[in-house]
Design a protein around this ligand. Structure first.
Ligand SMILES: C[S@@+](CC[C@H](N)C(=O)[O-])C[C@H]1O[C@@H](n2cnc3c(N)ncnc32)[C@H](O)[C@@H]1O
Length: 270
């Protein structure tokens, strides 16, 4: 089977974009270069691997877990089943946070609940900053470290149940914590493939905001920025939690490009 025949074969089962990505994965050619090798024969091993990848995709495994790659904020990151696949909305959280951080010289930033490290790595690569990332999952920590090594980034990655092993103070704490309600209907492809520990946050989806906001002040410098991704229906409840633990702060909520409330920023006047 040539690469061209392979793509035609793949298109019977999955989208042509996915077929191209999977044949790239099986042959080791870059997706952008594959067009130059259409008449090349696959080795028996490559063909077998390609067919196995197609069958995984056909069974609804996310393409990012099959190719072990996702592009986040212009950066190619390694991902596997141990981490959430970073989402477009989170790029918007990063974008807005970077704009705010530009006003601080060499900010010290904690990416709490870092998963693959997408947020912390995006910040570190875009602005001069001192970044620490943490997550409770040993396997996610491995992935985050692998991504830091890929780009030779000097970021400490700490295994920690929220703030348990954090003993520093930061100018900014940014987090995309789990926020799905216990019984919330979510897409099968998410439910069946992404780690439950990255998704669920108790009956109301608010457990992590409550835990984070209760303790976060101890880990912030006098002047601070907190940046949180939130579930689209959670804004009012989270503002209530913020008001329970903070006086005298500025709370700014922002909508994503789909016009849903997906980010909250908290700053103080100091
Ligand atoms: C929604 S995912 C976000 C991952 C990544 N920040 C992103 O935006 O793609 C939430 C992350 O929180 C981590 N997590 C769950 N419970 C935690 C806890 N108690 N302490 C720290 N991290 C936790 C999960 O392992 C998962 O990586």
């Amino acid at each position: 089977m040539t690469i061209e025949e392979g793509i035609i074969y793949g298109k019977k089962y999955i989208s042509s974009i996915d077929a191209k990505m999977l044949i790239s994965k099986a042959t080791g050619y870059d997706t952008l270069e594959i067009i130059n090798y259409l008449h090349q024969e696959l080795s028996p091993k490559e063909e077998e691997l390609y067919k196995n990848l197609i069958s995984a995709r056909k069974n609804n495994k996310p393409i990012q877990y099959i190719t072990n790659n996702v592009n986040f904020y212009g950066i190619d990151l390694y991902v596997d089943e141990n981490v959430l696949i970073p989402r477009f909305e989170t790029e918007e959280l990063v974008e807005n946070t970077i704009e705010k951080l530009k006003k601080i010289k060499n900010p010290k930033v904690l990416d709490l609940c870092c998963g693959s490290g997408a947020i912390g790595i995006a910040i570190k690569t875009k602005i001069d900053s001192n970044v620490v990332m943490s997550d409770i999952s040993k396997n996610a920590i491995e992935v985050a470290k692998k991504n830091c090594e890929k780009y030779n980034l000097d970021i400490s990655v700490i295994e920690s149940d929220l703030f348990q092993n954090i003993d520093d103070k930061f100018d900014c704490i940014i987090s995309n914590p789990p926020y799905i309600k216990e019984n919330e209907e979510i897409e099968d492809i998410v439910k069946n493939n992404e780690p439950a520990i990255a998704l669920y946050a108790g009956k109301n989806g608010l457990d992590f905001y409550e835990r984070i906001l209760k303790d976060i002040r101890n880990y912030l410098n006098d002047k601070f920025l907190i940046a949180l991704e939130i579930g689209a229906t959670e804004k009012d409840d989270i503002i209530e939690i913020i008001n329970k633990y903070f006086d005298n702060v500025i709370i700014e909520s922002k909508k994503d490009l789909s016009n849903r409330d997906r980010m909250i920023f908290i700053t103080n006047n100091n």
